[in-house]
Design a protein around this ligand. Structure first.
Ligand code: PHE
Length: 343
């Protein structure tokens, strides 16, 4: 009986020291201890040499040993299959981690497209700050402090200082380009702008513009029309028609708004064009002589045109997005729809 006790204690110590690192080691352990010719079975064979009086105790000892050996197997089996705390084996049957490559934002896709089209005819990109001063955003552009046109663009003021605002249009960048004094000018100014509007499907407190400015000797309204007509054909297809309607902007004279024939219904009438067959896409005009004078440019020698469009509007027309808020909600289901049109 004593020798059986010692033997079992020695075997338990041996088992405790066995570190199982992989499935093969686990199987080797099972065969050595729990198999039909294993050491557990072998230990039970010693029962026949135990004195009848000790048989009950010996049986309990042997059963405890068997449970100990089996528990060691079961614990390690769980670890090997990844169920244990320290699963150090990979389960190749699990689905892999999915890394989703990012995609360009639809507004950036449109902006790139607009910029590319104008860069083909010699426009370069100019960028400016989003926090602007009154001079660049308003006053230099023919909108002095009391000008009613300021009401058209509800302005966000930065802190208490009325001189610092969030730019309401990227025309402020054009002012900065003119300030540099290099003529001729042929720039396209993309960027984010801010207006204090209640957020809804059709208005937002920030949006994006791409504005253009062209100043040289002998620039005429015909140049303006041809340039924008070229843009429309590139952007919306060669069948698209344009029309200009007289309008008013303080920085241009004459001013116009440009419509294109509806790209959804082709002019027959639908929700996008509100059944008129036309959709408005931009404002434009000949640069006001007073504005040129503000930048020490002689309007008798130089003339130019300017235009500005909303990037959201162009994207909405191209991809029939009917709620402006979608652009800034970061909903992956919305954004993923634009994966295939990377630019
Ligand atoms: N800056 C004008 C706006 O934000 C757009 C515009 C630009 C109009 C240039 C005419 C000429 O509404």
């Amino acid at each position: 009986m004593e020798s059986l006790k010692q033997k079992l204690a020695a075997l338990e110590a041996e088992i405790s020291n066995i570190v199982i690192t992989d499935a093969a080691a686990l199987e080797a352990y099972r065969i050595k201890f729990l198999g039909t010719k294993g050491l557990v079975k072998d230990a039970f064979a010693a029962m026949k040499d135990v004195a009848p009086a000790d048989k009950k105790d010996a049986g309990q000892l042997l059963n405890a040993f068997k449970q100990f050996a089996e528990a060691h197997y079961e614990n390690n089996k769980q670890v090997q299959s990844g169920g244990g705390k320290q699963g150090n084996q990979l389960d190749f049957s699990l689905p892999g981690l999915q890394f989703q490559p990012g995609t360009r934002h639809p507004l950036k896709v449109t902006e790139n497209e607009i910029v590319n089209i104008f860069s083909k005819i010699g426009f370069t990109v100019a960028e400016g700050p989003e926090i602007e001063d009154d001079w660049h955003n308003f006053t230099s552009l023919n909108m002095p402090a009391d000008h009613t046109a300021r009401d058209m663009q509800d302005t966000f003021y930065v802190a208490q200082n009325p001189d610092w605002i969030l730019r309401t249009h990227t025309s402020s960048t054009q002012a900065r380009v003119l300030e540099e004094g290099n003529l001729p000018v042929r720039v396209i100014c993309p960027g984010r702008v801010y207006r204090n509007e209640t957020i809804s499907a059709r208005a937002h407190c920030f949006f994006h513009q791409t504005e253009g400015l062209y100043i040289d000797k002998k620039v005429s309204f015909a140049d303006l029309k041809q340039t924008l007509y070229y843009f429309v054909k590139e952007m919306f297809g060669s069948n698209t028609k344009v029309r200009f309607r007289p309008s008013y902007f303080p920085f241009t004279e004459p001013s116009a708004e440009m419509d294109i024939s509806c790209t959804v219904c082709g002019g027959k009438g639908c929700n996008l064009c509100k059944h008129t067959g036309w959709v408005e896409i931009l404002g434009c005009g000949m640069v006001h002589p007073d504005l040129l004078r503000n930048f020490n440019i002689d309007p008798e020698v130089y003339s130019g045109f300017a235009f500005g469009m909303g990037v959201e509007r162009i994207t909405q027309i191209k991809y029939q997005v009917n709620d402006l808020r979608l652009y800034s909600q970061n909903d992956i289901r919305f954004l993923k729809q634009f994966t295939s049109i990377q630019q």
